[in-house]
Write a protein that binds this ligand. Structure first.
Ligand code: NAP
Length: 484
């Protein structure tokens, strides 16, 4: 889609208000949202505070009894109507996301489809909220029901403005929960547009609100409220820890989808061309700003040089540019601070003896653009501790399976991991022993609506998507019947 047309399609769906119980809300002070490619302001959202957040919570509380007791088949029908509207508006939603996030339009369009796959999947799950019957040793019959947890709070990040929201809203609405959403301040428009479409699809007023404003204030009110029964958060580990603490006094159920530092391991018997292609697929989505991006690549020493040089050759060809330029695969980073972090990680790698094979500099486009970069050697310790969240792939050589497993696991994070080998036994061994919630074997892509997504250790707890995703939004109720 050309620039002018893309901008127009995105701006067409942009609403510069928050939504409380389906009604537009504005405020005197506002938050500016910019286009990361140019730094230019594209619009504003209200800077709402405690009172408006309380109103949204009350609306979710008031709407909960009717929504949670509604026929789950009707909720499924609503989700399908919503999904149809999202499909109908996919170009505009993709363009809007590209504008506020900076990711290439084609990729943003792909995220809309991915985001919508959660709504479609959980429409089916609404129809399968199945309970059990069981004979009790006391001579009774026990019935179990899966009941909606209650009003939920969702706090989401900027890197996948649509998918990180629908992964929560799909199962929550299917289960009969109501929700108050606080999207990231850098990318609020996609969430507001999705909520508008939900209301167009017939969602009853009050079931969903989107509040924008100061994160600590809104987060403080959402987590302190006894009316909110569940918090699901996707974002950084430090903020996740803080929110979990804030949820403790009211004993909310909590799901945490946090940061990662994913290892990608390539054994000498792997198909190197495949490993290179999949490393690139996994790494450069969203310009390297994804929680499951390979953060550190370990390659068996005998092929490390060959792999790294092939990778560098391919990475040097990746087209970088604005979201609406044809063929672009890597866009700008979200903010100036993100560029500095890539530069810091590069400087430390160079200082530790790492060699830059390609890239290594701010991109000629200026601003928040950085060259896709590959390094070889240096110290991997930094990359075990911290996610770069940018277009840098550090490659390190290893000598033995035990050594590389130790390195892979020597991290406080445990979200995604990847292994490339033709040896199935080894793949299973690594897959089972690696301390991560997810492991891709001979693939750099592990996320779909049907796969359980989530981490272990400091990457959080809870699972999104798959047959398990809805469990985060239901309580098991038992009714015991004493029968003759
Ligand atoms: P972040 O700074 O933690 O922000 C995420 C969300 O939390 C935003 O909506 C932000 O609001 C809000 N927030 C910040 N401080 C808060 C506070 N004190 N109280 C309540 N809310 C607060 O993370 P980010 O930089 O946007 O996202 C990148 C991180 O997310 C990375 O670590 C990445 O790995 C992780 N991530 C994890 C997954 C997963 O599924 N595991 C998926 C995607 C991303 P404002 O925008 O208004 O500050």
């Amino acid at each position: 889609m050309p620039d002018a047309k893309g901008r127009a399609a995105g701006l067409d769906l942009m609403r510069q208000h928050a939504l409380i119980a389906g009604e537009p809300v504005t405020s005197e002070t506002r938050i500016a949202v910019d286009d990361p490619a140019t730094g230019q302001i594209i619009g504003h959202v209200p800077d709402l505070g405690a009172a408006d957040t309380e109103r949204a919570i009350q609306a979710a509380h008031d709407a909960f009894p009717a929504w949670s007791r509604s026929d789950p088949h009707k909720r499924a029908a609503f989700l399908r109507d919503w999904a149809r509207l999202i499909d109908d508006n996919a170009e505009g939603l993709g363009a809007l996301m590209a504008l506020e996030n900076g990711k290439p339009f084609e990729e943003a369009r792909g995220e809309v489809a991915y985001a919508n796959s959660f709504i479609k999947w959980f429409a089916g799950e609404a129809e399968r909220l199945i309970g059990e019957t069981q004979d009790s040793p006391l001579g009774h019959v026990i019935l179990t029901f899966r009941e909606a947890v209650g009003p939920c709070a969702f706090i989401t990040p900027w890197n996948f403005p649509a998918a990180m929201l629908t992964r929560k809203l799909g199962p929550a609405l299917a289960a009969g929960c109501t929700a108050v959403v606080k999207p990231a301040s850098q990318t609020p428009f996609t969430a507001i547009a999705l909520a508008e479409l939900a209301y167009q699809a017939g969602l009853p007023k009050g079931v969903l609100s989107v509040v924008t404003g100061d994160a600590a204030t809104i987060g403080g009110v959402l987590t302190a409220s006894p009316l909110i029964r569940k918090l699901s958060f996707t974002g950084s580990t430090p903020v996740g820890r803080l929110l979990a603490e804030q949820c403790a006094p009211t004993l909310k159920r909590v799901s945490m989808e946090l940061g990662g530092a994913a290892p990608l391991i390539v054994f000498a018997d792997a198909d190197l061309d495949l490993a290179v292609a999949e490393t690139i697929r996994g790494k450069f989505r969203n310009s390297g700003q994804t929680c499951v991006c390979p953060n550190r690549v370990y390659v068996e020493r005998s092929v490390a040089d060959a792999y790294a040089r092939k990778l560098a050759e391919a990475v040097a060809q990746i087209p970088v540019g604005g979201a609406f330029e044809p063929g672009v695969k890597v866009g700008p980073l979200i903010e100036d601070k993100a560029v500095r972090k890539v530069q810091d990680h590069l400087a430390l790698t160079r200082a530790a003896g790492g060699e830059v094979l390609t890239g290594g500099e701010p991109h000629a486009l200026g601003g928040r653009f950085f060259q896709p970069t590959v390094t070889l050697g240096g110290d991997d310790a930094l990359f075990r501790r911290e996610e770069t969240f940018g277009p840098l792939i550090p490659v390190f050589a290893f000598d033995s399976e035990d050594e590389v497993l130790d390195k892979a696991n020597d991290s406080e994070f445990g979200l995604a991991s990847y292994v490339f080998t033709r040896d199935l036994d080894r793949a299973m061994h690594i897959g089972r022993r690696i301390e991560a919630g997810m492991c891709g074997v001979n693939t750099g892509i592990i996320s779909t609506a049907v796969a359980p997504f989530g981490g272990v250790k400091q990457s959080g707890y809870g699972r999104e998507g798959s047959i398990h995703g809805i469990d985060e939004y239901v309580d098991i109720k038992q009714v015991t019947l004493a029968l003759r």
